[in-house]
Design a protein around this ligand. Sequence first.
Ligand code: NDP
Ligand code: KPL
Length: 335
Amino acid sequence: MAAAKVVIHGAGSVGCFVGGCWQAAGVPVSFLGRQSFAAEIAEHGLSLADFTGWQRRLDSVDYRTDPAVLAEADIIALTVKSGATEEAAEQIARHARDSALVISFQNGISNLDVLRRKLGQRLQVARGIVQFNVAYLGEGRFHKGVAGALYAEDRPDIRALAATVGDGRAALKLSEDMTGVAWGKLLINLNNAVNALSGKTLLGEFAERDYRLVVAASQREALALLKRAGISPAKIAAVSPGLLPTVIGSPNWLFKNVFLRSWKIDEKARSSMNDDLAAGRKTEIEYINGELVHLAEKLGVDAPINGAIVRLIHEAEAGRGPLRAQELRREVLGR
Ligand SMILES: NC(=O)C1=CN([C@@H]2O[C@H](COP(=O)(O)OP(=O)(O)OC[C@H]3O[C@@H](n4cnc5c(N)ncnc54)[C@H](OP(=O)(O)O)[C@@H]3O)[C@@H](O)[C@H]2O)C=CC1
Ligand SMILES: CC(C)(CO)C(=O)C(=O)O
């Protein structure tokens, strides 16, 4: 049987890396995205690399800017930022075949609700997540800076895709509990905002315990809310969700020797929210920490720590510069 045709919808950092790895593994892939990427990839090819020194270059890449390409897809891998989901869903509704499957590889939780509301009557929608970080280095070069895989729902069509993709740099792990996996990822993504507010690389931020204490406090608040809501986050990191705040908030020597040793992060890696702030783009804060603030509202309780972080990111979007570790700790934790 021929491999399913994939269209990467929103081919930026994650989409180009994942689609490039899948194409290299033998999956027929077309990319749908912006003219700036189309031009750079046409000129330089698509180059993939990771933190181990691995490299791969693809010369023949089908990168398009016309959403009509969606009509060719058996599987649409959605990799637009969360704020662009509605518009992407409208394009999918207009162009995709009824038999197409949409897999959202976006951070956050509520993108799936948007997709199901807009497309659920006609198309199948599945949840995926990306466990690693990808940076665009210019001239068609995409760099995976953190170890990890992709996760997606365990169903026959995704199982077949996972088999073709194999165990390369964008391997697909299958799960029957993608809601739990997405909440597990959200707990890890609570670091994105602190990393963005620090203005530093992930390693630069992690070196200062005051930053980590803010992340740990936001995770504790999140775990309490999830417990109240009856949601069980799945384990997708080296430690289980309940232990994350203890590990992240641990003293420097312990954190460096235990946690950082087991999680491969290269020196330049930053969170995607840090990249957004640096580029002057609107961040996904409302879909990460904001998701917890909305959950708290539904439960009739407060989420002061995540609420403060959401406010600080909006201030940063409006032009406020990076915060030093002690300053951030005082602003969020009040001590
Ligand atoms: N980068 C990372 O390391 C990680 C990112 N993620 C998640 O993956 C998702 C994608 O992130 P990332 O790859 O960084 O984002 P990028 O901004 O790099 O890529 C998305 C691309 O899609 C384009 N786009 C938006 N709407 C459309 C549309 N309707 N049709 C075609 N192209 C469109 C954007 O253009 P424009 O900018 O003009 O809107 C942009 O070029 C996010 O949810 C993010 O949180 C998860 C793990 C790691
Ligand atoms: C992989 C990770 C957690 C890196 O911060 C990420 O999801 C992101 O940058 O959005």
